[in-house]
Design a protein around this ligand. Structure first.
Ligand code: FAD
Ligand code: SF4
Length: 458
């Protein structure tokens, strides 16, 4: 009875060791472990896992190939629907998507679909470079090199378009490079390989180009001969609480803190990037960004508290990241909300004044909303406060391009195919939806690539 085989555990670095280094936490399956785990899949006739994958990866088909040891065949099946399997296998919220719907999860543990995807992506023999059609004479500009931009550029290049990605930072990858830490997504191996594959399709990546400052979309289209544009600029504008004391030294957005460490390598002795943690750090928020900031501060040597206004059940972060954070010794201060950051008289943070919360009625998100408990204010002594409260799209592109409408929340208005309110300009990923997930951004990039192809063939 296949369902009696327990889910194969994935080897991980010891929490005591990894709390002091930036090496990858999860070590992945070896071939034998992957084949055993693959043998648990029931190959359902109507696989619920596929319906729950935002890009519809043919999960039972690729798992069948892993079971037989045909890793390259499995990689080819995944590549039909996903351009970043080594990334998605590591960072997708599988527990709410494919694995959350796996039939085996009803009475036991779901198939470890994410770990199998990662195994395939890491262990395929060659690069998953597809054949490229002959150049068709049309040029497309892709703005932003995150998952949305990379996925859009790859598909268009395969179909014969001359594609240039313009990236504001000095390295490509978007959040995958500057946001998600090395211990979850290794940069020089996993991410570099994924980006090199995009380059090998003929895609040019021009870094240090801020579209809207260095060059505008109108200039790209009118003077540089681009026939269409895809905007995948993400949602990199951090939000703050608007409480007193947020301008004190020692208060950071998670975005800045993580960028200093990941993109600018503050954690490495051979880099001079300054970073401040002090001895105790409070990270405000409960999503993946909060977990990443907290676990980074821990590795830089601080005692770290997560301050979150709901309970563990409502934490929006991936379950695995919460589990890892707890194992590593991060303290979770639940049902706690900051009301003020207090200074030491010299302009630096001294403590975080908070109020206790309780859960009231569900709000529009369906989660029970936190309500302050009157008179319950208290202080947490701390040197550093990191705000991880979400991000919004940067308005630079919409402000410097005629005809692009935005929503109330700052996202670009785009239809289900990614067409914006201006013909020839398409958009997708966090720039449209606001902060979301890698797989949704990648899916939006591929959908827009198809729409650009249709538009340019008219
Ligand atoms: P981005 O990845 O943000 O890329 C946009 C790129 O556009 C950036 O490189 C930016 O520099 C560039 N850009 C912006 N403006 C311009 C301009 N004017 N000109 C040129 N270039 C420009 N999702 C998950 O699924 N799982 C996770 O575990 C997870 N963890 C996360 C952890 C952190 C710390 C963060 C910040 C996000 C996390 N996410 C996670 C969310 C996920 O990374 C994003 O939803 C996804 O990266 C969005 O992709 P994108 O391509 O739309 O934008
Ligand atoms: Fe296999 Fe689970 Fe998908 Fe069924 S739902 S095909 S058991 S992974």
């Amino acid at each position: 009875m296949t369902e009696r085989i327990p889910r194969v555990a994935c080897r991980e670095q010891d929490p005591k060791l990894r709390a002091h280094n930036f090496e990858e936490v999860c070590l992945g399956y070896d071939r034998q472990e992957a084949m055993l785990e693959a043998s648990r899949c029931l190959h359902c006739k109507n696989p619920r896992c596929v319906g729950a994958c935002p890009v519809g990866v043919k999960i039972p088909e690729f798992i069948a190939e892993v079971k037989s040891g045909n890793i390259d065949r499995a990689a080819a099946i995944i590549a039909e629907d996903s351009s970043l399997p080594s990334v998605c296998g590591r960072v997708c919220p599988q527990e709410t998507q494919c694995e959350g719907s796996c039939i085996l999860g009803v009475k036991g543990e779901p198939v470890a679909i994410g770990k199998l995807e990662r195994f395939v992506a890491d262990n395929r023999s060659g690069d998953s470079v597809s054949a490229r059609a002959a150049l068709n004479g049309k040029k497309v500009a892709v703005i932003g090199s995150g998952p949305a931009g990379l996925a859009c550029a790859s598909d268009l290049a395969k179909w014969g378009y001359e594609v240039t990605i313009f990236e504001a930072l000095h390295k490509a990858g978007g959040v995958l490079e500057y946001g998600i830490p090395e211990f979850r997504l290794p940069k020089d191996t996993v991410l570099k390989r994924a980006i090199d594959e995009v380059r090998s399709l003929g895609v040019r990546i021009e870094t240090n180009v801020i579209v809207g400052r260095t060059v505008t979309i109108d200039q790209l289209m009118d003077n540089e001969g681009f026939n269409a544009v895809f905007i995948g600029t993400g949602a990199g504008l951090p939000k703050f609480m608007g409480i007193p004391g947020e301008n004190l030294c020692g208060v950071f957005s998670a975005n800045e803190f993580l960028t200093r460490n990941n993109l600018m390598k503050a954690y490495r002795d051979d880099y001079l990037t300054p970073i401040h943690t002090g001895s105790k750090v409070c990270v405000v928020g409960g999503g993946n960004v909060a977990m990443d900031a907290a676990r980074t501060a821990l590795r830089l040597g601080a005692e770290v508290h997560i301050v979150y206004r709901r309970t563990e059940a409502e934490l929006p972060a991936r379950k695995e990241e919460v589990h890892h954070a707890l194992e590593e010794g991060i303290v979770f201060d639940m049902l706690t909300n900051p009301v003020e950051i207090l200074g030491d008289g010299n302009g630096w943070v001294k403590s975080l004044k908070c109020i206790r919360m309780e859960l009231g009625e569900p709000d529009e998100s369906g989660r029970r909303s936190p309500v302050p408990v009157e008179g319950s204010e208290f202080e947490i002594a701390t040197d550093t406060v990191i705000m991880a409260l979400g991000t919004a799209p940067n308005p630079l592109i919409s402000k410097t391009t005629n005809g692009l409408e935005t929503t109330r929340r700052g996202g670009l208005v785009a239809d289900e195919n990614g067409a914006t309110t201006r013909p020839g300009i398409f958009a997708g990923g966090d720039a449209v939806t606001g902060a979301a997930t890698v797989i949704l951004a990648m899916g939006a990039g591929r959908t827009a690539a198809k729409a650009i192809d249709d538009y340019l063939k008219k």
